[in-house]
Write a protein that binds this ligand. Structure first.
Ligand code: PFF
Length: 447
């Protein structure tokens, strides 16, 4: 059933793919990673990773998805029958489930903050009060879970309606809204007094801050932000039409996604500096530092409502894509109806996110390699599984799949630019694998 579905329009193809890419990764994760890993230096390495690794690996996923028109496991089976390459598909499913486990919890937090902003509960507080309230909230057992389940339910409504009526329709409405809110914030943040210090922290690279650790984190962030390495874009591109220009789509998605990450930095750092706060706040940056920033502005309830609405919208279009990987797999592989597949996935993720949310609260004693379950899911999936997935996908396309299939897909059967194909193929075959391996080796201290 999943096999013959297509996105209805060109706009839908871009909106859904950008919707998957633009998420908490851009607005929540990117600014704090940049803040903790050298500001401008991180940004520069990040952009290089997007250009050299992100766009080629995205094209590789598009080739696999559109050519096979199947889910992420079956795609490899069709392209290389009888081989073990389809294990990459299983790695992808594992990574998407692990990411969903904690991503949904944070999405639940955004709903809590949206609710508090709307009910004017984020005004008139001190920085210490914001921190204390955030700690009390995330460590409590019930309330974060309640919001997580509400967020799950919203996902269920969209996903059970299917590819065109659910995913595509939602993205066509929400993505333009997201860009409008972002632009409003940019203007607001840049007109704050003292914003230039924040801008310079974010935009001026200090090369001495580039270490192997910074590079490996920037690579992980690029894969995470572009939704790469886990078969999401294999699944989405199986819904592309024969006319979709894959290289152009990959470049547009990468540019829009990176712009949102940069815009988030431009919004957050000037505001943080202008209020004399600390940019190295880590994951709490948007939940503790930013409400504090809005609190010091006139009509603060409006700004915090808009911001948390932005975060919720971004999170929703990404969680839907994370779910779609496994749902498409269940539909194809077990011949399930979409509704049933969606229900099963909701149940699995409800259990996982419950455990991951409690691991911040009453179960915080349970540790994996010294990390809480929540942090372990983030580290293991974003820093390790995604780049490994990307590495295997590029090796598969570069070295094992017939080159003609890649040519056919990237040039739409020889209708488009051949030199561009050669350049991208070169990156997929040589540059991406070598660089990913080198970054791993140096990041883990082996070279
Ligand atoms: N790209 C999304 C973000 O930046 O928030 C999150 C995400 C979606 C990560 C899909 C990974 C993924 F496969």
């Amino acid at each position: 059933m999943g096999e013959h579905v297509k996105f209805a329009t060109k706009l839908g193809i871009i909106a859904t793919t950008v919707g998957s890419a633009v998420g908490l990764g851009n607005i929540w994760r990117f600014p704090y990673e940049a803040g903790m890993n050298g500001g401008g230096a991180f940004l520069m390495v990040y952009i290089l990773c997007v250009l050299v690794l992100g766009i080629p690996v995205m094209c590789a996923e598009f080739i696999i998805g559109r050519h096979s028109k199947s889910d992420t496991v079956d795609a490899f089976r069709k392209l290389r029958p009888g081989s073990r390459w389809h294990y990459i598909g299983y790695i992808g499913i594992l990574a998407s489930v692990l990411i969903l486990g904690y991503y949904l919890v944070i999405s639940g937090w955004t709903l809590e903050y949206l609710f508090r902003a709307i009910t004017n509960d984020l005004t008139g507080k001190t920085a210490a009060e914001f921190r204390a309230e955030q700690n009390a909230f995330i460590q409590s057992d019930l309330r974060p879970l309640l919001w997580t389940y509400i967020f799950l339910f919203i996902n269920y409504i969209i996903l059970s309606r299917g590819v065109q009526k659910g995913i595509e329709k939602m993205s066509n409405i929400l993505m333009p809204l997201l860009f409008v809110i972002l632009l409003v914030f940019c203007v607001r943040s840049l007109t704050l007094p003292g914003s230039s210090e924040g801008l310079s922290f974010f935009l001026h690279p200090d090369f001495s801050k580039i270490t192997p650790q910074v590079i490996i984190r920037a690579m992980g962030q690029a894969f995470f932000s572009l939704s790469l390495g886990m078969g999401i874009l294999i699944t989405y591109s199986s819904y592309f039409t024969a006319k979709t220009h894959l290289i152009k789509t990959a470049t547009t998605v990468a540019i829009l996604d990176t712009s949102v990450a940069i815009l988030s930095g431009i919004i957050i750092f000037p505001a943080v500096f202008s209020c004399g706060l600390d940019p190295v706040a880590g994951p709490d940056l948007v939940f503790v530092t930013l409400p504090n920033v809005f609190n010091q502005m006139p009509v603060s309830a409006l700004w915090s409502t808009l911001f948390f609405l932005l975060l919720t919208v971004a999170a929703l279009t990404s969680t839907v894509s994370l779910f779609e990987v496994s749902i498409a797999f269940l539909i194809n592989y077990l011949n399930m109806s979409r509704k049933k597949a969606t229900r099963i996935m909701m149940l699995v993720i409800a259990v996982l996110s419950t455990v991951s949310s409690l691991s911040i609260g009453s179960w915080s004693d349970i540790r994996i390699f010294g990390k809480t379950l929540f942090d372990a899911c983030d580290y293991f999936s974003a820093i390790i599984l995604l780049p490994v997935g990307g590495l295997l996908i590029s090796i598969f396309i570069g070295w094992f799949l017939k080159k003609n299939i890649s040519r056919e897909e990237l040039t739409n059967r020889n209708k488009l630019h051949e030199p561009l194909f050669s350049a991208i193929f070169f990156c997929i075959k040589y540059i991406a694998p070598i660089i990913i391996i080198l970054i791993f080796l140096s990041g883990f201290g082996i070279i």
